[in-house]
Design a protein around this ligand. Structure first.
Ligand code: IVH
Length: 456
């Protein structure tokens, strides 16, 4: 351990701890994040680096705990087998290093067998089955103590209330991830007064409802990826077979799971899943590699926060922070004015984004978007980037309100905004060059006159 006399560094570490703890509180306890995942991951990685470099770790450091304290309103559940976290890796070389460490610890040069799984972006739950019956369901909470969400879990139709098959164990705790599919998430956000920043917060907010009737209306799903306490049965000898066995009991397991060999096999899997990412109906934020052999897992064991035998290989974040530099209004075929945000270019999900649709004035009002605001931009499941919310804490005093122009930005005709309607329209009709151009394009398009050779 290095000694730090440097007050500045101590202060920086303490400030980072404070900042991350504050984000954790908003994210975990209030289900209402202040920053994007990417920003959070960056801060966390920076704190970890500084702590390791200077050997200065304060007791309240977020690196020293598994999660956040559960809310008081639910009954608390002690996890007999703790629900741990995973270490994160971002680069290929981190995976090589992970694989190297494992081979060293196991004293072998032979290629390690890994079970590769998608890393679902939801919330971890533990489902306890006694004699095949769902007896209790708990959230992960801080990893040691969670909340009893049995009634809520029971509303998720794909979770069996009774296990299938003739050989059910006396006790089986199944661990899995509850998440909200993208389509359900979009629908929920479009209809509700409360806007969730991403599917994960929507799933957490939905599952941690005191009124399970509300949960029943939310589109929640689960994928199971492990076990906790098991009594009265001999488990299969590797991770992949355990998952296969769980599926025979009627539990939902991802179809994207695959056994590979060595770091090379892991990296190939990463590319395969990354290529599929945008076509999946749910959000994943990476993949997980687990040493397949349970005997080897046992030999490798755990460190404070995570197992040594597994690692999460994260994808480029689907969310990022950026600033709205200006807002322009585009005129469509029917004269509808669509506000488009011009953004300070930012990398999201592996591509550079510089524009995002703001849909209409109602959306702008609902999300309280101003020019100059720092916003969270997302692109997931589809290609059109969206502004999901404003980081109001970062609003500057000279942020400007977005006003609907009174005249069409293209033809200067009067803009009509009928009370109660979401869209405002240019009244210029075919006099307006923008409407005219769009009308001709529409006329010539494949689904209309299909005029070959007449394009944009
Ligand atoms: S295994 C002891 N497998 O990621 C290992 N976790 O960052 C514990 N997650 O708390 C986790 N997909 O909520 C595992 N296929 C997967 C996962 C997965 C998503 C979540 C889970 C966990 C978090 C850790």
């Amino acid at each position: 351990m290095l000694k730090v006399d440097n007050m500045e560094i101590k202060k920086k570490i303490e400030a980072l701890c404070h900042e991350i703890n504050n984000y954790d509180y908003h994210y975990y306890t209030l289900d209402s994040p202040l920053v994007s995942d990417a920003e959070y991951d960056k801060l966390f990685a920076e704190l970890k680096r500084l702590e390791e470099k200077y050997g200065y770790i304060i007791p309240t450091s977020p690196t020293q705990r598994v999660g956040a304290a559960p809310l008081k309103a639910f009954t608390q559940v002690q996890h007999e087998v703790p629900m741990l976290s995973l270490d994160n890796a971002f680069a290929d070389k981190d995976i090589d290093a992970f694989d190297q460490r494992i081979r060293e610890r196991l004293g072998t040069q032979a290629a390690i067998e890994y079970c590769c799984e998608p890393k679902l972006d939801g919330l971890a739950v533990s489902l306890r089955y006694e004699k095949g019956l769902l007896a209790q369901a708990a959230t992960r909470g801080d990893g040691a103590t969670g909340e009893d969400v049995t009634e809520n879990i029971k509303t998720i139709k794909m979770i069996p209330l009774i296990l299938r098959g003739p050989h059910v164990p006396r006790v089986l705790e199944v661990r899995g991830e509850v998440y909200m599919p993208l389509q359900g998430f979009k629908k929920l956000n479009a209809q509700g007064e409360k806007i969730f920043a991403n599917p994960r917060n929507a799933a957490a907010g939905s599952l941690r409802q005191l009124d399970s009737r509300v949960t029943a209306l939310r589109p929640l799903e689960i994928f199971c990826y492990g076990v906790g306490v098991v009594e009265g049965i001999k488990l299969p000898e590797n991770q992949c077979d355990i998952l296969q066995w769980l599926s025979t009991l009627g539990l939902r397991v991802s179809p994207l799971i695959k056994v590979v060999h060595g770091a090379e096999g892991c990296l190939k899997y990463y590319q395969t899943i990354l290529a599929k990412r945008d076509s999946l109906s749910f959000e994943i934020d990476g993949v997980v590699y687990k040493v397949n052999s349970m005997a080897e897992q046992q030999k490798l064991g755990f460190i404070t926060r995570a197992p040594r035998w597994a690692i999460a290989h994260k994808f480029p974040a689907a969310e990022a922070h950026t600033v709205i530099e200006s807002v322009e209004f585009q005129v469509g075929r029917t004269g509808a004015l669509t506000p488009v945000a011009r953004l300070k270019p930012v990398r999201v999900g592996g591509v550079t984004v510089s524009n995002a649709t703001l849909h209409n004035m109602d959306e702008i009002k609902r999300k309280d978007i101003h020019i100059g605001d720092t916003v969270i931009v997302r692109r997931a499941g589809d290609v059109i980037p969206e502004v999901v919310g404003v980081v109001t804490a970062r609003r500057s005093h000279d942020a400007k309100r977005i006003v609907l122009p009174r005249h069409c930005p293209v033809c200067r005709s009067h803009v009509e905004h009928i009370e109660g309607e979401a869209v405002a329209r240019c009244t210029g009709e075919l006099f307006c060059p923008a409407q005219r151009k769009e009308a001709i394009k529409h006329f010539a398009s494949r689904r209309a006159m299909d005029i070959e050779g007449l394009g944009d």
